[in-house]
Design a binder for this molecule. Structure first.
Ligand SMILES: Cc1ncc(COP(=O)(O)O)c(C=O)c1O
Length: 369
């Protein structure tokens, strides 16, 4: 990573190595093609319409979003097939979703009878209908019904509602982020698909076949060996990767496209330097699902340094006392969690061979509703 084109950028700033992005996107698309499944990337990682459009050009079948407001931004930019992979229950959001569904193809997650009624009421009131995928809990213990019969029973209970059209089942085995080894990651990956195959079979037994059986997180998809029952994958983080992926063994440093560049503003002691980015730049993410990152708040590139502590505007690095680092010097740091960090910046700079070639507005940042 060369920095020759960077002096014009003030810090802290978000940098995206576009050559690495190209490779990450191509590799995941190739995996999807190899296993004969649709790739529907989650855009919560980059939140940038231009990058969603790039994913579509490379072969994605559509995108996944977590929020209605993210979907609105992406639809306005020309994405026409959006799965809101979440539970949406407020009347305001459902009304916006109904309006959006007049413009683009929208589908949504569902895991309860109560949410199904709300969804159907709002869409039916406008003379519309919506495709839904039942969310299955494959071990993350977040949203989702239990695999197998519980999913079938939900389908049978809500299928008579006027505005709902059953499209399939989906899951996200996010508990993989607590894995202790790559072999455990592989185990979670197999489990994610097996659970869905069993659930699809339970649907088959009552004469229904889900059009989509959708799985995915970045770690489970990077080691995935395909599964005959699964026909869609939804990784998101793979576009950038981050220090969490590196610590899991699901990405190498060379596959990490996102860095924060920051400036040393103080060197109060040989073993301490302070940079101009704190939790407002790096987020306070120490790791996923309770696992703390050994490397602090990110991986400091090319320096014998650990970003050990953050206040809002300051990042405190612990240094090897012999490490050269003067006030005004810049450091590049791979953040722990790319998705959380992108949400903190208005814009990101796209680099090729170390030079800034593009400036992106992070149009879906802050879209939490
Ligand atoms: C429902 C759902 N699908 C897909 C993803 C993408 O997973 P990852 O960020 O590991 O690529 C997420 C991420 O949080 C998610 O919540």
């Amino acid at each position: 990573m060369m920095d020759s084109g960077l002096p014009s950028i003030d810090t802290p700033a978000l940098l995206i190595d576009l050559d690495i992005v190209d490779r990450n996107l191509e590799r995941m698309q190739q995996r999807a093609d190899k296993f004969g499944v649709a790739l529907r990337p989650h855009i919560k990682t980059h939140k940038i319409p231009e990058l969603a459009l790039l994913q579509m050009r490379l072969g994605a079948s559509g995108i996944s979003a977590a929020k209605v407001s993210e979907a609105e931004v992406m639809a306005a930019a020309g994405i026409t097939n959006i799965f809101v992979a979440n539970q949406i229950v407020s009347k305001d959001k459902l009304t916006r979703l109904a309006a959006l569904s007049k413009e683009v193809n929208i589908s949504i997650g569902l895991d309860s009878v109560a949410a199904a009624h709300k969804l159907s009421d709002v869409f039916a009131a406008s003379g519309l209908s919506i495709e839904y995928l039942i969310e299955i809990n494959s071990g993350l213990n977040r949203c989702g019904v239990s695999p197998g019969n519980e999913a079938v029973e939900l389908f049978q209970t809500v299928d008579t509602l006027p505005a709902l059209r059953f499209k399939g089942i989906f899951t996200h085995a996010g508990q993989v982020y607590g894995a202790d080894s790559l072999s455990e990651v592989k185990e979670f990956s197999r489990h994610e698909s097996t659970i869905m195959a069993e659930t699809a079979q339970a649907f088959a037994e009552v004469g229904t076949s889900p059009d989509f059986v959708s799985v995915g997180s970045t770690p489970t998809m990077k080691v995935w060996q395909g599964h005959e029952a699964v026909n869609e994958i939804r990784p998101g983080n793979y576009i950038f990767h981050d220090a969490i992926q590196v610590s899991l063994g699901s990405a190498t440093l060379e596959e990490c496209a996102l860095t924060i560049v920051a400036t040393v503003i103080s060197r109060p002691a040989r073993e301490r330097a302070v940079i101009d980015g704190g939790s407002k730049a790096f987020s306070s993410d120490r790791g996923a699902h309770g696992k703390e990152m050994a490397s602090g708040f990110g991986i400091v590139l090319g320096k014998n340094a650990t970003l050990v502590r953050l206040s809002e505007e300051h990042g405190i690095m612990h240094l090897d006392p012999d490490q050269d680092l003067d006030i005004g010097d810049r450091v590049r740091i791979i953040p722990n969690h790319a998705c959380a960090v992108v949400n903190l910046f208005d814009r990101a700079y796209g680099l090729r061979e170390g030079r800034v070639v593009e400036e992106f507005k992070i149009a879906a940042r802050g879209k939490s509703q």
